[in-house]
Design a protein around this ligand. Structure first.
Ligand code: 13P
Ligand code: SF4
Length: 327
């Protein structure tokens, strides 16, 4: 048996309490910070030093004094941390934790698109590879996509990628005509149909509706969203925006249209409120690849390091820094 196989075997046989104890000891020894996305399984969220959305996690990575960052999220998020913290070690507990949205555009496709629109600025959603970010002028998250596009002069053409639903929402809210949108999508959010929203609203007329802008169901609601502003029973928000809204809103019941992992934090932080998933099947298999066993192994074996070639990292850093400065 190899050392690796032996570690996996041992990890699998450790009782949960013991595993949590070892994770807590090891993170001190390794001077490691554990960052977890809002879609992670509840055990990972509960043990993390910080839980947040893509923007918040990037900000935490940029600020941390820890030597090692264990990124409990998907690969592009760990890459972003590695770009922001070139002197630190960034580990992801499972290298296969990818993202269908990030995979919806490759570098050749982006270069061809740019060649068709030589005067356009490229705004890339953070759910992209480091290579794509390096070819972009701005990076954005669902939390600041609107502000980033609004910060670009009206007469400048924009290529927005890769999420078509987020892009359509930004276009609608800004009224921008010179914005071209890549036809990419996240398989989890794209699968939600407007009928499901209509049905839930009918069943729970007293509930507030929280919708992530990656949702396929959002497009038919855009006119309503544009009219609604913030006071209506409908709020389009990043995952962290949903957490804030749930705390601030006078509503006692919420229908949540995003990945179900977020329900853990919503319920934990608002025990007097009720949260209903728009669809309980809405689960991202990539986010769920990170388990306590894999986090433990990451700390024991110092795996799996995520690095970005320096030339790409330097170029990508410029667009990421613009993203972090506008929020
Ligand atoms: P947030 O930045 O809103 O957390 O979204 C990240 C993501 O992957 C959504 O699917
Ligand atoms: Fe990517 Fe969708 Fe999973 Fe978010 S939910 S990480 S966009 S596949």
């Amino acid at each position: 048996m190899t050392t690796r196989e032996a570690t996996i075997k041992r990890t699998q046989s450790i009782p949960k309490e013991q595993m949590l104890k070892e994770i807590n000891e090891l993170r001190k020894v390794r001077n490691a910070v554990i960052l977890a996305h809002n879609y992670q399984i509840s055990e990972i969220q509960d043990i993390a030093d910080f839980v947040g959305d893509s923007l918040g996690l990037s900000q935490q990575a940029a600020q941390t004094k820890a030597q090692t960052i264990i990124f409990c999220g998907v690969h592009f998020m760990a890459e972003t941390a590695a770009i922001l913290c070139p002197t630190k070690k960034v580990l992801i507990p499972d290298l296969d934790a990818g993202c269908s949205l990030a995979a919806s555009i490759n570098i050749d496709q982006l270069r061809d698109w740019k060649a068709e629109h030589p005067n356009a600025l490229v705004v890339s959603y953070v759910n992209t590879t480091a290579e794509i970010k390096a070819e972009s002028d701005y990076c954005c998250t669902s939390g600041n996509a609107l502000k980033i596009v609004q910060s670009i002069p009206d007469d400048v053409e924009i290529l927005f990628l890769p999420d078509m639903f987020l892009g359509s929402w930004v276009q609608k809210m800004t009224g921008r005509k010179n914005m071209h949108i890549w036809m990419g999508e996240c398989h989890v959010h794209a699968a939600i149909h407007p009928q499901e929203i209509d049905q839930k609203i009918k069943e729970h007329p007293d509930a507030e509706l929280l919708i992530h802008p990656e949702c396929g169901c959002l497009t038919p609601y855009l006119d309503r969203v544009a009219r609604a502003g913030n006071g209506d029973q409908l709020k389009v928000a990043s995952t962290e925006g949903m957490i804030r809204r749930a705390a601030d809103s006078p509503a006692k019941k919420f229908v949540v249209a995003t990945e179900i992992g977020i329900l853990h934090r919503l319920k934990k932080e608002n025990p007097d409120k009720e949260f209903l998933p728009i669809n309980s099947e809405m689960s991202c298999m990539f986010m769920k690849m990170i388990t306590l066993e894999k986090l433990h192994r990451s700390l024991v074996e110092d795996v799996f390091e995520v690095t970005v070639p320096e030339e790409i990292a330097q170029k990508a850093l410029k667009s990421i820094e613009r993203m972090i400065s506008i929020y």
